[in-house]
Write a protein that binds this ligand. Sequence first.
Ligand code: ATP
Length: 205
Amino acid sequence: MSGAAVPLRRLGVFGGSFDPPHRAHNALAHQAVEQLRLDALHIIPTGEAWHKSRVLTAASHRLAMARLAFADLPKVVVDDRETRRRGPSYTVDTLTELAAEEPGVELFLIIGEDQAKSLQSWHRWQAILQLAIICVAARADSSGARGTFNAELLAQTPFQVLNLPPMDVSATDIRHRLANCQNVAPLVFEAVARYIAHHHLYQTA
Ligand code: ATP
């Protein structure tokens, strides 16, 4: 007996330090779910960021803030696997795990333009391209100017562009503002701002 083919589940993966998670992260996640018709999107705070020299805020805080920052998005789940893994958090390991957990799942890796530009420096980046479709969001630079995604760099890659206007928001800027007692209200959700204040995070830059 031949039944109708079961459509593959479309699973998005959005990793980052989320230190703290901000409104551009949320807008990007929302757009990814809609545009890519995702069945689920995993937000994956990094454990050990191999590509950032700064010491990250404790994983427990970043996970808690991520849960608050993405709480309004129904298909989005915060996944703590990288914070539980020992050693550097490599995206290739995360994608390999997810593919093994759900054979046949279609994986979409969501990244900002800055990360897309350095993708070829990532651990086993060619394997990443085999495992997932890369989906890139344009990112405004610090002057607010629209960045230009270097499509040449990924010429041989089946990547998709996420259609959302570039937002000039970064966690670095938010940390600096907090350390200087400046207002971050337009940049982070209120629940995240309250969490930061309650736990006295980011008091020094
Ligand atoms: P930091 O300033 O500390 O480097 P960040 O704001 O870049 O942090 P991350 O948690 O490092 O935030 O980013 C997670 C992912 O979200 C990355 O793929 C990054 O490119 C993307 N991203 C973050 N902010 C934006 C933005 N304003 N526009 C597009 N993509 C973004």
